[in-house]
Design a protein around this ligand. Sequence first.
Ligand code: ZN
Ligand code: ZN
Length: 339
Amino acid sequence: MRAAIWYGARDMQMADAPVPEPAADEVLLKVDAVGICGSELSGYLGQNSLRKPPLIMGHEFSATITGLGAGVSGWTEGDRVTVNPMIPCNACVMCRRGYENLCLNRVLIGAHRPGSFAEYVAVPTKTLYRLPDSVDAIDGTLIEPFACALRAIELSQITPGGSFLIQGAGPIGLLVLLAAKRAGASVIAITDLVESRLEVARAWGATHAVNPAETDIVQLGKDLTEGLGFDAVVDAVGLQATRLSGVLAARPGGHVVFTGLHVDDTTLPGNTIVRSETNIHGAFCYTQQNFAAAVKLIAGGIVPESADWLSIRPLAEADASFAQLIDRPSEVTKVILQP
Ligand SMILES: [Zn+2]
Ligand SMILES: [Zn+2]
């Protein structure tokens, strides 16, 4: 089969690879479409300790079952599916406490085992989610990132009528915006340095979409909330500047959710956090409930049909697409590849 194999920093090439053999309780999938995740950009640059070359990345995908391993029941060839790529062990203490996303032995498809930047991928049946007929191959790739957005929304504890700030209008920030709107936030502010992404955010219902280099977001929050600050903030960037402004823009007792991964060490104002009783949460991946909810919400059409934020390309353009997302992010927001 043809696959986009990552060989090292800024080096991904199309090559031949053996079609994977599905093990017991696994299925063989023919990949229909696969998104490039922000977390894979640092992997492509060789800055992510999880990902070691040579590797087939890819974990946001839709596919069709074409082969069954031993002992598989309940699935047949031709079934259209998406995959929860975070495979828990279901045995460790965190899994037993119900925190599968924090499994101590978790295995990520596309990092610890081969992923879906390829014609075929083998996955355990416990990762499969059936795609409803209303979800096409492209929308199917959005379920995994939308599940991430739902986890952030859940931890933000946003309620109807609340005020909400999202930092970063990349794919996750934009999907958080759609989920915040559905959750009933009345003020939804979003920031980004890229004007074309802010335009998508406005079209999708952001009440305020601003460039943080031009607008003081902490002041804007006060202006919009009678001096209080935002009820909830999601940082979908992960830089020192955005994490700090996120904490400062939240109201006393408000919730700040960090979901973007960028710099490791961040300095935060501890005394302010104490005096304001700011609730700070990390949000990592999603629970099975978030994933199941993402399937339903995508099937219900929560993502507007305007395709101007998606760029759909052949898998052979993987390397060029990674380079473009890193070097020229103003040109493209989300890339979906088709083998
Ligand atoms: Zn992802
Ligand atoms: Zn576990």
